[in-house]
Design a protein. Sequence first.
Length: 250
Amino acid sequence: MTGPGEEAIGVALLPDAPADLPGERTVSEAAAAAAGIALVMGYRDGMLSLWRPEGREKPLAVDFGAGRMGYRLAAERARHERLVRAVGKQKGLLVDATAGLGRDAALLARAGWQLILLERQPLLHAMLADALRRDAEMGQRMQPLRVDSLTWLQQRLHSDLPRPEVICLDPMFPERDKSAAIKKDLAWLQQLCGGTSEGEEIALLAAARALAGKRVVVKRPLRAPPLGGVAPSHALPGKTVRFDVYLTSF
Ligand SMILES: C[S@@+](CC[C@H](N)C(=O)[O-])C[C@H]1O[C@@H](n2cnc3c(N)ncnc32)[C@H](O)[C@@H]1O
């Protein structure tokens, strides 16, 4: 079993992976494959990526300009995304406390928000940071921090620093897309991140609601109960996911 923030067994770092990343190292992709290691991390096409050693699948990297993500990110479309509507019209500081691959955060950055991204999984944080170094425009809007959100939210509450207006939470990686490529990405991510316990989810929601100046937005699978069983102020349902909005006012 791996604890929160620790790399899962079965991932090895290639020699070109950043030196400060924790975890097992391997001398080559071939050596990793021979040792039965499930995933390796290194650079592919100039991007810090995760892939199956000697596998044929497309490596997983964070790339804000690529494919479907690039399309969704076109500024015109970003304004209409349900998530963009769920967070509201203010354009101050937004904290994405479960940043993952930064897909939701990127939409919000394009819609004009300034974001702090919290991610505790070191390899995911490293992929995010790598993408933000390559993309100057997004890099100016998003600051990725490798931290546990619960600790960060509680420390911020007891500091003199300004409250974020909005805090977003999306703690689970449920299957939301039937395409084989997305299923593969999800399986790899689930292997890296493990789960979030119900107790953790309840604590995260409570800490976010105590800190957010205007609202907390939680992404849920369409038919799932609200996070921690706490009813939201209102919800924006879509085809497969729902955004639960908790209004706060300080
Ligand atoms: C479902 S993913 C988020 C996906 C993200 N919304 C996106 O658009 O890519 C959940 C992420 O939250 C992270 N996470 C869960 N609990 C956390 C915590 N307490 N602190 C920091 N990160 C956390 C996990 O490591 C995982 O990467």
